[in-house]
Design a binder for this molecule. Structure first.
Ligand code: ASP
Ligand code: MG
Length: 439
């Protein structure tokens, strides 16, 4: 059994939904189809929630009506028969009646999450209606029956697996199953979600839960590229990469694959394929456990990074100093991305500045603190690059005219990360492209 996940743009227009139907009916392997909401819908639902949260019922009503109008056009282009259209009308009516009722009751966070769930419920129900219209046998699998997260919002993979396997066992011989990405139940049994972009995560969790043969993520790009196509000319898709390499890159390439979607697939060794709905025959990117090719695979960057240096002679020959530094970040739930140390100082980077002032106030008690905002992490990813002769030299040679603030090398065999001023980000990506790929 395999998983095929389609993102918002792949289901965002009626003709593209028809294409999805073509893609899922090509083979004969049993398939769980995971769908996102139509593109734009989740953003619109966020907007409705925000209007309700600020008690602006007029704005909320306006936003509900705009979204409603979109679906009323969509289903007529999607479906041709009277019977299917009647079903779709009932589906749309049900979900928009729900949204309209919310205008009359008091708002809270649980209701907000219910609002956010409407997008995937609508897309899967409309898609299922299309399959019915075309007499394509399929089973509708409500994700809320098996997807769950615990009190820390972490997916309960063991429970998901048990429940999903039991449900699937009720449908022997069926080939196509349709379910929602993104949505789940939480530990209070309320509707919840896996955070924005979470449909990829659903796909990977479902793949792990049933130990699928493959997890296909269908988007509108031809895989993960070896550099940022917006900044560097002639980038190309990476044909094969390992889970470890993908995990290093995911932080930077979150747009194409939700970073959390690597671990479930890796845990059960399910290959992940990034494929393009617009070019279904293209190879895309295959992510799997073992890769043979040694050397640099990709370069990526992320700006909006802040570097913090804590300098203290108390660090010299002392133990426990780093723990005290890290505890402060932990206390404010702020992830650290990069770390470098010297005998008397440690530099770390963060991208979440929500608690910066409190963090700095506490760090100040440990030593002298310096902050550099507006930095960028540039990351070079590949197989065994830390052992491959010449890679670090090629990296440094490429960047000889760019001031480098931090270097992190040897933390894993797959990655070299550098911190530069964000103004140098594009130049660094371009120079590395020539420097490390032609090398
Ligand atoms: N519909 C959700 C979002 O837009 C989940 C997803 O598409 O992955 O964030
Ligand atoms: Mg996405």
């Amino acid at each position: 059994m395999k998983i095929m996940k389609f993102g918002g743009t792949s289901v965002g227009r009626p003709e593209r939904m028809h294409q999805v139907k073509d893609l899922i009916t090509r083979g004969d392997e049993p398939t769980i189809v995971v769908l996102s909401a139509l593109s734009g819908t989740t953003n619109a639902l966020v907007g409705i929630g925000e209007a309700l949260a600020s008690a602006d019922k007029i704005l909320a009503k306006e936003r509900i009506d705009t979204l409603h109008a979109h679906y009323l056009v969509f289903y007529k282009e999607l479906l041709k028969t009277e019977e299917a259209r009647t079903k779709a009308e009932a589906i749309i009516k049900e979900h928009f009646e729900f949204l309209n009722i919310l205008l009359k009751i008091s708002f809270n966070e649980a209701i907000n999450r219910d609002i956010l769930a409407q997008g995937e419920l609508l897309s899967t129900k409309l898609f299922y209606t299309l399959l019915e219209e075309l007499n394509i046998p399929a089973v509708f699998l409500p994700a809320l029956d098996f997807m769950s997260i615990d009190e820390n919002s972490e997916p309960e993979l063991g429970k998901i697996s048990e429940k999903l396997k039991a449900i699937l066992a009720e449908f022997p011989g069926e080939r196509i199953f349709v379910t929602q990405g993104y949505i789940c139940k939480n530990h209070r049994n309320e509707v919840d979600n896996l955070k924005r972009g979470g449909s990829d995560y659903t796909a990977s969790l479902v793949a792990a839960a049933i130990q699928a043969s493959a997890c296909e993520i269908w988007t509108d790009i031809d895989g993960m590229h070896n550099n940022d196509p917006r900044i560097v000319e002639k980038t190309r898709p990476i044909a094969v990469m390992s889970f470890d390499e993908a995990a290093e890159l995911a932080y930077f390439g979150a747009k194409i694959l939700h970073p959390a979607s690597i671990w479930p697939a890796q845990l059960y060794n399910v290959p992940v394929k990034l494929l393009n709905t617009m070019q279904p025959e293209a190879h895309g990117t295959l992510i799997k456990a073992e890769v043979d090719a040694i050397g640099v695979k990709a370069i990526a960057a992320k700006d909006g990074i802040t570097a913090i240096k804590i300098k203290s002679s108390r660090m010299l020959l002392a133990y426990g100093f780093l723990r005290r530094v890290f505890e402060i970040f932990e206390k404010y739930k702020t992830p650290i991305d990069m770390i470098t140390t010297s005998e008397v100082a440690v530099s770390v980077t963060i991208d979440d500045l929500s608690h910066l002032d409190q963090i700095l106030a506490e760090l100040d008690m440990l030593g002298s603190v310096e902050v550099d905002k507006n930095q960028a992490i540039v990351c070079i990813v590949g197989n065994q690059i830390s052992e491959t002769k010449g890679v670090i030299k090629a990296v440094m040679d490429s960047l000889e005219d760019i001031p480098v603030r931090m270097v992190s090398y040897g933390g894993s065999r797959h990655n070299v990360s550098l911190l530069v001023d964000a103004n140098y980000k594009n130049e660094a990506l371009q120079k590395l492209n020539t420097g490390v790929f032609s090398w």
